[in-house]
Design a protein. Structure first.
Length: 118
């Protein structure tokens, strides 16, 4: 049986997982897929597609409030759990990926989007 890091993208928590609530982690590419790893204000870690569905800008540079992330360019907001846009101008969801915390690693499965995001 392959290890979790062989089945999923494995990012060291110190690199990928933001350390405090309301923070975003650094931009990362997982198997060529741009991913933003985000810790919400309750401390839960989420992985979403790092590209705003309205404009080709990085969501990892945006602000986290509650369980949403705001695109810094035009103010679109996305639910971190579902990827659904909550504020215009975005009207399409962004992908949301399953996250597993395994010791010091953040495992992100970019082959399995848990929503209908692009």
């Amino acid at each position: 049986m392959p290890s979790p890091c062989q089945r999923q993208a494995c990012l060291p928590r110190s690199i990928a997982g933001p350390q405090s609530a309301g923070d975003t982690g650094p931009k990362s590419r997982t198997d060529g897929v741009p991913v933003a790893v985000v810790r919400d204000e309750k401390g839960h870690v989420h992985a979403i597609g790092d590209t705003c569905s309205h404009a080709e800008v990085s969501l990892s540079e945006g602000e986290v409030e509650g369980c949403t992330i705001e695109c810094w360019l035009h103010g679109s907001q996305f639910d971190l759990r579902t990827g659904e846009p909550l504020a215009l101008p975005a009207i399409r969801p962004v992908p949301v990926y399953p996250v597993t915390l395994d010791g010091d690693d953040v495992l992100v499965d970019v082959e399995l989007s848990v929503n209908a995001g692009d």
